[in-house]
Each structure stands twice: as structure tokens, then as C-alpha cells.
Design a protein around this ligand. Structure first.
Ligand code: NAI
Length: 282
């Protein structure tokens, strides 16, 4: 018995990297999967059906069930095409993993509009478009669902040179929180992971080349938490952001400080300056 027996899952961007590992892990637990991928390069340039097709073949060779889809997540038509592939191939949809992503790093003052727009389109718009299309089908089915988004430390904490990517990933954090509140009434949970793994996205970073890192941060370590979130084991987990770096799992929690409240009147900027440490808190 698998944890995902009888479930149908879409994993966007699963023609390689972390998404491919999710797909293999899902199939191992009994799910039927849609392998969606445009097959472009790391920056999202070009298309190639081979990426998705190869993963489908790999899954079929292992006796699993998979269907390929080559639409881009970043348009409404693309997102609907991905969801339709699941419904046509397997008759239903239970799980969506929003994983597709591109990278177009530049420091802020060198950031061109196109670099900004394309990264926001794939990550943030793509997460919205696929979630909306999938949640409509899940609502219609009436048997709940699971949506797992992919955010990043780059957005949750910040990372030099990634204003576009960080903004998109922080947007996915906010989107996850709101979607979790709105969709739970249909039995659909929405959570996010913030992974760290060596893939083509990270392999050329200096720390990625240190000894042992490739094994420690193998993308296979990312998928168990996604299988968990997709399964009945996580039916009460909603609106959470889980970090996964190799074998380490933790949670990202937005906190407020106790702050300072004036008894009467309005703050002056000088008084704010005097209280700034209390405002920021311990
Ligand atoms: P990857 O580049 O190996 O995989 C991303 C996949 O998404 C590629 O196969 C690509 O063709 C596909 N894709 C790109 N644009 C698409 C579109 N418009 N429609 C459909 N598919 C599209 O990168 P990796 O590392 O596997 O990334 C997976 C996710 O994890 C991304 O959302 C990334 O931002 C996120 N992430 C990865 C980290 C890491 O350490 N590798 C760190 C934090 C977040």
C-alpha cells in the first residue's frame, strides 16, 4: 500500500531537477503523475519536449503511470492545459505541486524589465494560474486536494542579486498563506516548501563545489516532505512553510514583536528613534 494510491498529481517543471525527484517519489507511493515541463534552459529560454517525455518513459519503465505535458505554467491557457492533461489521462486531480522555475539573476540597478517580468511570470503568475485551474477541478470533485508550492530563502530571508526571484518567491509565500485560508473550506490544503539542492539552478555556486555537498544536497532529499504534505498524513497541515536542506527540515514562521503602544496622542519621529529597539523587540 502506497501513501498516494489512487491519487492523481501534477508536478510542474518535473522534466528535471527537484521536480523529477518529486515525480519518482510520488509514483513510488502509488500516484499517477502528469510530468509538465517546457524543457527550456535554466533561464527559461527555448522549449524541448524531451525533458518531460524522458521522465514519463523512466516512470513507465518502472511500471508507473505518467502523462507528459509541455505547456508553460505562466499563462492561464497553459495552466488549464496542464490540468486538462491530468483529467483526460487519469480522470481526476488530487495533488498539484507548483515547482517550475527559472533564474535570471542581476543586481537591482542592472535589472531589465524583461528579467523582472519573466521571473515573476513563471514563479508567481505560474503558481497562481496552476493553483486556480487545479483548485476549480478539486472543488468540483468535492473530495479535497493538496497544493504544494515552492518558495525560497531568497524571498523569505533575501539574497543578493535576486530581486526578481526573491520578490516572486516572497509572493509565493503570501499567496500560500491566502490560498490556504480560502481553499480549506473545500478540503484543499495549501503549503509551501523552501528547498535547497544541487541542481542546474545551483550547481555553479561556489559552495556547491565543496566536498560532500553534492551528496548532502541531492535533490532526492527534498521529495519526502512533499510526499508527506500530499498525503493523508498531512490532512491537518495548512498554510505552513517548510524548509528542507538536504536531511534538515525546519519551518519558516513570520513573527511580530510585542512592540510599543503610546497611551495618547501621536508618535513623533524623535520618540520613535528613542523606542526603536523596543519596536524591533528582543
Ligand atoms: P531546475 O531548473 O532543474 O528545474 C526547474 C524546471 O522547471 C526545469 O525543468 C524547467 O524546464 C521547468 N520550467 C521552467 N519554466 C517553466 C514553465 N514556464 N512551465 C513549465 N516548466 C517550466 O531547477 P530546480 O532546482 O529543480 O528548481 C525547482 C524549484 O525549486 C524552482 O521553483 C526553484 O526556484 C526552487 N528552488 C530551488 C532551489 C535549489 O537549491 N535548487 C532553492 C530554492 C528554490
Amino acid at each position: 500500500m502506497g501513501l498516494l494510491d489512487g491519487k492523481v498529481a501534477i508536478i510542474t517543471g518535473s522534466g528535471g531537477g527537484i521536480g523529477r525527484q518529486h515525480a519518482l517519489a510520488f509514483v513510488k507511493e502509488g500516484a499517477k503523475v502528469v510530468i509538465n515541463d517546457v524543457g527550456g534552459d535554466r533561464a527559461g529560454t527555448g522549449t524541448n519536449a524531451r525533458a518531460a517525455d524522458q521522465v514519463v518513459q523512466e516512470i513507465k519503465a518502472r511500471g508507473g503511470q505518467a502523462a507528459a505535458n509541455f505547456d508553460s505554467v505562466s499563462t492561464t491557457a497553459g495552466a488549464e492545459g496542464i490540468v486538462n492533461t491530468a483529467v483526460k489521462a487519469f480522470g481526476r486531480l488530487d495533488i498539484l505541486v507548483n515547482n517550475a522555475g527559472i533564474l535570471r539573476d542581476k543586481t537591482l540597478l542592472k535589472m531589465e524589465d524583461e528579467l523582472w517580468d519573466s521571473v515573476i511570470a513563471v514563479h508567481l503568475r505560474g503558481t497562481f494560474a496552476c493553483t486556480k485551474a487545479a483548485a476549480n477541478v478539486m472543488k468540483e470533485q468535492g473530495t479535497g486536494g493538496r497544493i504544494i508550492n515552492t518558495t525560497s530563502v531568497a524571498g523569505l530571508i533575501g539574497n543578493f542579486g535576486q530581486a526578481n526571484y526573491g520578490a516572486a518567491k516572497a509572493g509565493i509565500y503570501g499567496f500560500t498563506r491566502v490560498a490556504a485560508l480560502e481553499l480549506i473550506k473545500y478540503g484543499i490544503t495549501v503549503n509551501a516548501i523552501a528547498p535547497l539542492a544541487i541542481t542546474r539552478m545551483t550547481e555553479d555556486l561556489p559552495w556547491a563545489k565543496a566536498e560532500g555537498v553534492k551528496e548532502q544536497l541531492d535533490p532526492k532529499h527534498i521529495s519526502p516532505i512533499v510526499v508527506y504534505l500530499a498525503s493523508d498524513l498531512a490532512k491537518d497541515i495548512n498554510g505552513k512553510i517548510i524548509g528542507v536542506q538536504g536531511r534538515m527540515l525546519n519551518a519558516f514562521v513570520m513573527k511580530t514583536t510585542s512592540g510599543v503602544t503610546r497611551e495618547t496622542g501621536e508618535w513623533t519621529p524623535q520618540e520613535i528613534a528613542q523606542n526603536i529597539e523596543k519596536i524591533f523587540g528582543e
